[in-house]
Design a protein around this ligand. Structure first.
Ligand code: NAG
Ligand code: NAG
Ligand code: NAG
Ligand code: NAG
Ligand code: NAG
Ligand code: NAG
Ligand code: NAG
Ligand code: NAG
Ligand code: NAG
Ligand code: NAG
Ligand code: NAG
Ligand code: NAG
Length: 790
């Protein structure tokens, strides 16, 4: 069981460091005549939190911070002097001075203070409490005195922990906002903040640079215990996480708590502009991320900074526009992008008039436009271009028949890369310096490229022949029988995928991107380029050979692998119909999957999973069942993909993988509470997926029903199947126009409802699910899962 659990871990690295040894000097209190310096700390009474100097990794700056004492990756919940670091912890001190807690820097200048008006008391003490609150109070005999002179909970940093408030002060109209760090190494307030909506204080919003709101929760619904735009929050109660909203004449606030207070949970306003909820798993010493909003990285406003383009489909979310480069390559390497891009060459504008060195424009097709365009009057594209050219602060223009001429001045924010299949063809013309177009180096490059291309064409015929021969030898030497795995050379896979080009990219998953590969003989494979590998060579090969022998018609077949140093790739059968999510959620009306196909997919996926659970030598728990991981062959026969990858990659994950893997919508409750994971976790995710197969919609997608406002689809299903004579037809994807086998529909909904029971003992096994779907096992009416009863 333990190994299975390891397989499932989805660790997260936030703002963590390994916990060095700190010395605690004075219990939980700093009182007059005591000072804290160097590696000294105070620890809350029950040993939950610790306060002292800390330095973010790769920084030589130190800050006063509070962190979890029991969490072995140093994770801060609060930082005092966010903007004013110190360098030398031995000559800096934190002490009580004039009734305040004050941090003095190396020259004994106060740089941070609780800054309350002086009480002139010699009995003021600072105490670190077990809920993570640092309080200042008058008199050491604490618990009797309820009024704090000052508390850190009133001065939020980046981490909203259970028990602390997200509040709005109605008297001052001020929100107490949680603000992201500037970068992983710099706790100074960044651009993203989590706060209450001043105009509707029962709604949480995320705001960029104090001005642009890019995510909102919708208003709080007391009865359903969820936000109207986050209906899946109803499920929080199944994770024993409870949210509450309070409002009186002075303030409004949200507060949340966890049923088991020994479970360590946090809610971070991350440098990525998302709020991320995660739980500490003590067994494996890792943070498990289980929820993030905004759901997609590119929904975060200006995630890529000025002149950066966001692309959810690419490994690196951000790229600079042509003619621009990252302002800080270092930040970009760490995947912190909000610093954005800057011009490689300065614009000349006025200076250039008349000397033929006027700025030029470069076309950027398929770009979602930046916000705040200005409308200009022009009859055609040339006129629009001239308007922009004459205005030195104009950075871009666009022209089409619907909107006419649009121009943008200053920095461009929030550019989005549109997909191939986006209907809207938008072209943005970006202003660049004349030298970007005419510099001799550019010309040289162009010529070289041209020469290379033409001679390349000549060579191509020859190399094709050679490659073909080499291929054959590779295959013969490593593939004596049909079923054994092929060991590929990196170069071969590189060639087959056209150097892993964007155009060959099939998708991106938790473990890396997948590319379509074409061999010289025309055969196709799907190549997964694994990222963040932490496995030794031997373990990797062992693991590959285990996965290689798994053979079932409903499981994706591993064909071969490549392991050259840190380059680890897997080659699978190529499946022409892609993944299930595309067909369920993004299909054009004419291509909507019919009922029979959906049923076959549900049954096939269940058989694949049952095989993983029961028929392999060791039980394999998939841990990430969702439509993205069900692939479809030419006949729409489903193949479960991505199993056992966590094992292949090893337990250490790179930051790339901290992007959410399973969304809360698919994760079984026991996942989050850190209990042992059994195959029943897959049953739960499978049940959630069944519901999506029925509705053709994401479960977490907000739906509006006439009488009830918003409804969470799994709850609607549970109600219909658990009431006598419930209307299951109303649950069906409306695009099917009622073309369905009602008995099958009813069976699928019923089994799905059994699969998503809170208590894993009540969930059927995958083999039972198969039998039920085959119609050989009867199933009774399910109870409504507890978490859906609200
Ligand atoms: C704390 O600092 C003192 C010197 O100020 C040093 O002797 C001691 O080893 C340090 N303790 C730890 C645990 O680093
Ligand atoms: C702090 O130190 C001063 C003088 O050094 C002394 O008079 C005072 O009593 C001390 N206060 C406490 C609370 O120990
Ligand atoms: C920290 O710095 C070291 C060397 O200075 C570098 O190798 C490492 O990649 C850096 N780590 C991060 C997370 O930037
Ligand atoms: C201490 O802070 C003051 C005021 O911010 C600053 O002028 C001084 O340089 C700092 N001392 C050191 C050693 O950094
Ligand atoms: C304390 O607050 C005052 C204004 O309320 C401000 O001017 C001062 O800089 C603050 N001092 C510190 C050390 O933060
Ligand atoms: C604080 O009290 C001391 C004596 O108890 C007195 O000397 C001092 O002036 C007082 N300071 C203020 C700011 O009231
Ligand atoms: C605080 O409590 C301790 C023991 O609990 C007691 O000895 C002391 O007198 C108390 N001090 C005050 C000021 O109440
Ligand atoms: C707070 O905002 C509300 C509405 O926006 C306004 O009516 C009220 O006067 C404001 N109060 C303060 C203290 O600014
Ligand atoms: C954020 O807002 C401030 C004040 O409105 C402005 O000066 C600053 O340039 C903005 N930051 C960015 C990155 O646009
Ligand atoms: C609101 O604040 C006022 C003044 O501080 C206080 O008297 C009142 O009790 C507060 N109301 C609530 C509900 O806390
Ligand atoms: C809380 O969780 C811990 C560890 O996960 C467990 O030992 C303890 O029994 C739990 N407490 C309750 C009340 O469930
Ligand atoms: C939630 O709390 C109940 C007790 O109220 C407990 O029995 C159950 O195991 C908890 N569920 C999880 C997922 O921790």
């Amino acid at each position: 069981m333990d190994t299975n659990k390891i397989l499932c871990l989805m660790p997260v690295i936030f703002l963590c460091l390994s916990l060095e040894s700190y010395v605690s000097f004075g219990g939980d209190t700093i009182s007059v005549n005591q000072s804290l310096s160097g590696n000294q700390t105070i620890v809350s009474a029950a040993g939950v939190f610790q306060l002292g100097f800390f330095t973010p990794r790769n920084s030589s700056n130190y800050y006063i911070a509070i962190w979890y004492k029991r969490v072995s990756q140093l994770t801060t919940i609060w930082v005092a002097n966010r903007e004013k670091p110190i360098r030398d912890i031995y000559s800096s001190v934190l002490k009580i001075s004039d009734g305040n807690l004050v941090l003095f820097n190396e020259s004994q200048v106060p740089i941070w203070s609780t800054n309350i008006s002086s009480t002139n008391s010699t009995s003021v003490v600072a105490v670190l409490l077990d809920d993570g609150n640092l309080v200042l109070r008058d008199g050491p005999n604490s618990s009797t005195i309820l009024l704090y002179l000052w508390q850190s909970f009133d001065h939020p940093a980046h981490n909203w922990i259970p028990g602390s408030k997200l509040s709005f002060n109605k008297r001052t109209n001020q929100s107490q906002r949680f603000t992201s760090w500037k970068s992983l190494d710099d706790p100074a307030p960044g651009l993203f903040s989590l706060e209450l909506d001043p105009s509707e204080t029962n709604q949480i919003i995320i705001v960029w640079n104090r001005s642009i709101q890019y995510w909102k929760s919708g208003s709080w619904d007391e009865q359903r215990e969820s936000f109207s735009l986050v209906p899946e929050m109803t499920m929080l109660s199944s994770y024993n996480l409870s949210f509450s909203y309070f409002s009186n004449e002075n303030e409004s606030y949200f507060i949340y708590s966890f049923y088991n207070s020994s479970t360590i949970t946090q809610n971070i306003m991350d440098v990525s502009g998302q709020i991320k909820v995660s739980t500490w798993l003590d067994d494996s010493k890792e943070w498990s991320l289980h929820y993030a909003q905004a759901r997609k990285q590119c929904e975060v406003y200006a995630f890529c900074g000025a002149f950066g383009i966001c692309n959810d489909k690419s490994i690196q979310f951000c790229n600079c526009l042509t003619g621009f480069e990252p302002t800080s390559q270092e930040d970009w390497n760490q995947q912190v992008y909000p610093g954005g891009c800057a011009r490689k060459s300065k614009l000349e504008c006025e200076n250039a008039v008349g000397n033929g060195r006027e700025d030029q424009f470069v076309e950027n097709p398929r770009i979602g436009f930046p916000t705040n365009p200005q409308h200009a009057t022009a009859n055609n594209i040339m006129g629009c271009k001239l308007i922009c050219l004459k205005n030195c602060s104009c950075s871009a223009y666009a022209y089409d028949n619907n909107n006419g001429c649009l121009i943008w001045t200053g920095d461009l924010f929030n550019l989005q890369q549109l997909g191939e299949d986006d209907d809207e063809v938008k072209t943005l013309h970006i202003r660049l310096a004349y030298s970007e177009f005419s510099s001799p180096t550019n010309k040289k490059k162009l010529i070289i490229v041209a020469v290379a291309v033409s001679s390349g064409l000549v060579l191509l015929g020859l190399t094709m022949f050679i490659i073909k021969r080499r291929w054959r030898t590779t295959i013969i030497s490593t593939n004596p029988t049909e079923n054994s795995l092929m060991a590929f050379g990196y170069k071969d896979l590189q060639k087959a995928t056209n150097n892993f080009s964007e155009t060959e990219k099939l998708g991106k998953g938790g473990f890396g991107s997948v590319f379509k590969g074409t061999f010289p003989d025309g055969s196709l494979i799907a190549v997964k380029k694994l990222e963040g590998i932490n496995q030794g060579e031997k373990q990797f090969r062992t693991e590959v050979s285990i996965v290689g022998v798994i053979d079932h018609v409903n499981l994706i077949r591993l064909r071969g692998f490549c392991s050259e140093g840190s380059r680890k790739l897997l080659a699978y059968d190529y499946l022409p119909n892609g993944s299930l999510d595309k067909h369920l959620f993004h299909a054009k009306d004419s291509q909507v999957l019919d009922w029979k196909t959906r049923y076959q997919i549900a049954l096939g996926a269940a058989r694949g999973l049952a095989y993983l659970h029961d028929k392999c030598r060791d039980t394999i728990i998939h841990c990430d069942i969702k439509p993205e991981n069900i692939l479809l062959d030419a006949d729409f026969c489903p193949k479960v993909a991505d199993f056992r990858l966590a094992k292949l990659v090893g337990r250490e994950f790179s930051r790339v993988l901290t992007t959410l893997r399973g969304t809360m919508g698919y994760l079984a409750p026991e996942w989050i509470s850190g209990q042992a994971i059994t195959p029943k976790a897959d049953v739960y995710s499978y049940g959630m997926m069944l519901l999506e197969i029925v509705s053709g919609r994401r479960n977490f997608q907000v739906q509006h029903s006439e009488d009830e406002g918003t409804a969470f689809f799994p709850a609607t299903v549970a109600i219909q199947v658990s009431t006598e004579g419930g209307d299951v037809l109303s649950l069906l994807d409306s695009r099917l126009n009622g073309n369905v086998n009602v008995e099958e529909l009813s069976r699928i909904c019923t089994v799905a409802c059994w699969c998503i029971q809170d208590d894993e003992i009540q969930r059927p096994t995958m083999s039972q699910v198969v039998q039920i779907l085959e119609g050989v096992l009867e199933v009774s009416q399910p109870p409504i899962p507890r978490f859906l009863q609200a």
